[in-house]
Write a protein that binds this ligand. Structure first.
Ligand code: ATP
Ligand code: MG
Length: 579
């Protein structure tokens, strides 16, 4: 359907537009991947501000990752200009941080409280448990408990000692950001009321992955009848291991009974075969009763390519070779010039390509091979606030902000380089050192230095991928949610990885369903080209294992063409003779 109307909603189709125009009160939008959920919610905010006179500072947009928040800010900027800066676009954690910062006194935190990095957490826990192994084990058990899970008395005691260890050093940890915000707003109804007055319009994207604490936070700032828009896809719920629960869709309908429930049905992202394949893949465990999802992208419908390689090396080599072909065979050589936009036949560049995997350990073979071929790669790091990436990211962020506020001079670039070069490798972002060094640069950006730097450093923890970098993205399937790429390689489509199986155990039915949703999320990131690869033999923890194809592959039917590496075909002359 063509876009209709004029004004800021002109880029939406009639269903999206209807959703964006719902006047007041709660609203639930349930729709499949690529149907423009994020686009609709962004345009809704722009429409509120530009066409309905809602002051931008009354809008709070919650997204799931820092990168998603960044993208939304940029899109809002394009739609409504400078007013976008007055909106709050946050993740649940960065919103929690804001609440803590504004009310640290009530929580007994010093004004300059910091965020404990993984090393500091480990240090505190080791002091409590006596050795590093027990500390790691305890750490894994704490998060679920803090989200309201059951705990035995031993863990409760460790938690209490750990928290007082943190507070002695005026630190909070990542979980604290939401836990303490909920505690504060529960204990101080007057403060909760202030937030409700400030944020009269709230949107939550990727709603399917809220967990219990986040839902409680939401209820505190958006009671029944509030102008709350929740938007999501139950079939993309992939965080139940972290406490997310699609049951919160049901909670929404119960707690916001006046909310209309709207659907979007046109997928603008993927070619028809990719979409068809993805729908077949999710079908056995779909949570959406009457899924209507039709291709609307007008993209060439390339079939999904399923490729079996001999082993993980050959799988990585296939990825590298295919990328080279897609880029017109120029990519391996043209890097000498420093900056390459692999302008392949379809105008494909490096940042149009993503390699997705289930387990982080899979990334090594891929990273090695792509790097060996001279292909630029960026991998999302889950390193928690290690100093180096933190500072690098900070500098990059400051430069981006600076770019928006005016020309970036060589002098500024030099200043940035000096910071990157001089912050010692072994600094643990000691935030204060970084702030001191970055002060002049940050001031140039017209920001409150302390606050901005701390935000960025905190953000560095959740997300260190730069969408603007001219590089191939390496991502876990979890990290890929919400994103899209013209070319996607989903590697390791094998039983044991998809679904993931821990040694000596069988996944439960629920776990298989969640793995299937993860596979669905991965497939639906692709716009034009989707490659599902697997290895016949994979070395896992030092031992070579025969691998079977992922059972999810068998659902794909004629949406998919199969290939194998030449080496393997050659090894089976008997079959060829038979033909
Ligand atoms: P996901 O479930 O993966 O988060 P989504 O539903 O949020 O997907 P979007 O990312 O908002 O989908 O949109 C998918 C793609 O389709 C984007 O590139 C977006 O710009 C494009 N798109 C969405 N709606 C339209 C439209 N009406 N016209 C043209 N392009 C559109
Ligand atoms: Mg989205």
């Amino acid at each position: 359907a063509p876009a209709t109307g004029s004004g800021v909603l002109a880029g939406l189709d009639p269903d999206q537009r209807a959703a964006a125009e719902v006047p007041d009160g709660p609203l639930l939008i349930v729709a499949g991947p690529g149907t423009g959920k994020t686009r609709t919610v962004t345009h809704r905010l722009a429409h509120l501000v530009l066409e309905r006179g809602v002051p931008a500072q009354h809008c709070l947009a919650i997204t799931f990752t820092r990168r998603a928040a960044e993208e939304m800010t940029e899109r809002l900027h394009a739609l409504i200009g400078a007013q976008a800066q007055r909106m709050t676009v946050a993740t649940f954690h960065s919103f929690g941080l804001q609440v803590l910062r504004e009310h640290h006194g009530e929580l007994g935190l010093g004004a300059d409280f910091g965020l404990a990095d993984a090393a500091r957490q480990q240090e505190i826990l080791t002091a409590i448990t006596g050795d590093e192994r027990s500390a790691r084990k305890a750490k894994a058990q704490l998060s679920p408990v803090r989200r309201g899970g059951e705990a035995d008395p031993d863990i409760e005691a460790v938690l209490a000692a750990y928290l007082s260890g943190l507070r002695e050093q005026n630190l909070v940890d990542f979980d604290d950001l939401v836990v303490l915000a909920v505690q504060l707003l529960t204990d101080h109804p007057d403060i909760a009321e202030q937030y409700r007055r400030r944020y009269r319009w709230i949107t939550v994207d990727e709603y399917q992955d809220v967990d219990e604490l986040q839902y409680r936070l939401l209820r505190l700032i958006a009671p029944a009848g509030a102008n709350l828009t929740a938007i999501g896809d139950p079939d993309q719920a992939i965080y139940s291991f972290r406490g997310a629960d699609v049951g919160f869709f049901l909670c929404f309908e119960r707690d916001y009974p006046s909310a209309p429930v709207l659907a979007l049905t046109r997928n603008y992202r993927s070619g028809a075969h990719i979409l068809d394949g993805a729908i077949r893949a999710i079908a056995p465990s779909t949570l959406v009763a009457d899924r209507r999802l039709h291709p609307a992208s007008g993209r060439a419908a390339h079939r999904i390519a399923a490729h079996q390689a001999d082993d993980e090396r050959a799988e990585a080599a296939f990825v590298a070779r295919t990328i080279d072909q897609l880029l017109g065979g120029a990519s391996f050589h043209s890097l000498d010039s420093g900056r390459v936009l692999g302008d392949g036949p379809g105008g494909i560049g490096f940042n149009d390509i993503a390699v997705l995997y289930r387990a982080d350990s899979q990334s090594h073979a891929i990273l090695d091979e792509l790097t060996r071929c001279g292909l630029p790669v960026q991998k999302r790091s889950h390193d928690r606030l290690s100093a180096r990436p933190g500072v690098d990211l900070l500098v990059r962020e400051l430069l981006h902000v600076a770019e928006r506020t005016g020309p970036v001079t060589d002098q500024l670039r030099m200043a940035a380089k000096t910071v990157t070069d001089t912050v010692p490798e072994d600094t643990r972002p000691d935030v204060h050192t970084a702030v001191e060094l970055l002060g002049p640069l940050a001031q140039r950006c017209g920001e409150d230095v302390q606050r901005f730097c701390r935000d960025v450093l905190l953000g560095a923890e959740v997300d260190t991928l730069d969408p603007r970098a001219e590089a191939i993205s390496l991502l876990t399937l979890h990290a890929a949610k919400g994103l899209e790429f013209p070319v996607v390689f989903l590697v390791g489509c094998e039983d044991g990885l998809l679904p993931l199986r821990w040694p000596g155990t069988e996944p439960t039915e629920d776990e298989v369903a969640e793995e299937r949703r993860l596979f669905f999320v991965g497939m639906t990131r692709a716009q034009d080209h989707l490659y599902l690869t697997r290895a016949a033999l994979r070395t896992i923890r030092g031992s070579a294992q025969d691998r079977q194809p992922s059972p999810f592959l068998s659902t794909l039917g004629e949406t998919t063409t199969q290939t194998e590496t030449a080496a393997r075909r050659r090894r089976r002359p008997a079959q060829l003779t038979l033909l």
